[in-house]
Design a protein around this ligand. Structure first.
Ligand code: IPE
Ligand code: IPE
Ligand code: MG
Length: 260
């Protein structure tokens, strides 16, 4: 099935797809879709063209993720800090998201994908919020890949929000201070009921997490590539999964020993 994503010449990538273990596919993959601007600028195009090309990459990667059997794909589309960009760029990004929702629902349906959103959605334009609600409702019955789009998302904002919800419960005497534990926080994050990401992919050659899933990524494996997001292909996803499968995750313990 994955063979179609590789050219015959590319031996290294051929190896990765041949050796990928379908029984150990990461359940949750998170992606920082970065490098659209640089992709465009390198070609002498306006940054906006990079964002358009990036939206196309998302389409392909969603389809590939569903085929591979990933359960959750969280894609970072717009951060709480991205409002600092020029107004025209912000508007273009918002309208690309609206177009994505208008044009992709049928394909998401076809691929049994459930779309969800994380972030401060209530701060987006009302028309966009309506599209988001509609897309979520329309795909809620799908049982395949969960596509979690992070829009107006910030990890710090998410944790702050959880702290406020929990504090209010304590103030209202619905919760005792001594009963607050890690699960209490998890239950009040946007990602409630989703497993933590197993693998984070960041293209574009930057090595940072830029306020993405701060709580959730405590034990996530990181995979970086110099490739900009518009050039990212399903074979890079397979390569990342292959390398993920070569790693040993210890979660603070020692190899092959488990006390609890
Ligand atoms: C990612 O690409 C898209 C968003 C952050 C919305 P960038 O626009 O950040 O591209 P670079 O990092 O400037 O190349
Ligand atoms: C992270 O990329 C946010 C998204 C991809 C949506 P940025 O381009 O905003 O990150 P920094 O500013 O380089 O850290
Ligand atoms: Mg960037």
């Amino acid at each position: 099935m994955w063979k179609k994503w590789f050219s015959k010449k590319d031996n290294q990538e051929q190896t990765s797809y041949n050796n990928i273990d379908s029984a150990r596919i990461p359940k949750h993959v998170a992606i920082i879709m970065d490098g659209n601007g640089r992709w465009a600028q390198k070609r002498g195009f306006p940054r906006t063209l990079g964002h358009r090309a990036g939206a196309e990459t998302l389409r392909e990667v969603v389809k590939a993720s569903a085929e591979i059997g990933i359960q959750v794909l969280t894609a970072y589309a717009f951060s709480t800090e991205n409002w600092r960009r020029p107004d025209e760029e912000v508007s273009l990004l918002m309208s690309l998201l609206a177009d994505y929702l208008d044009n992709e629902i049928a394909e998401l349906e076809q691929n049994n994908v459930q779309i969800r959103f994380i972030g401060k959605i209530d701060e987006l334009a009302p028309t966009l919020q309506k599209k988001i609600e509609k897309a979520q409702a329309q795909t809620a019955h799908n049982t395949g890949l969960i596509l979690n789009l992070a829009v107006n998302y910030g990890g710090r904002t998410e944790i702050l929000r959880a702290v406020k919800i929990i504090s209010e419960q304590v103030l209202n005497k619905e919760l005792e201070l001594q009963d607050i534990n890690e699960s209490t926080i998890e239950e009040n994050l946007y990602t409630v009921n989703l497993p933590a990401p197993d693998l984070l992919i960041r293209p574009s050659g930057d090595f940072r997490i830029s306020n993405f899933l701060l709580w959730q990524m405590a034990y996530t494996e990181f995979w970086f590539t110099e490739i900009n997001w518009p050039d990212f292909k399903p074979e890079h996803l397979v390569q990342a999964i292959y390398e993920f499968q070569q790693r040993e995750r210890r979660f603070g313990g020692i190899k092959n020993t488990k006390k609890r």
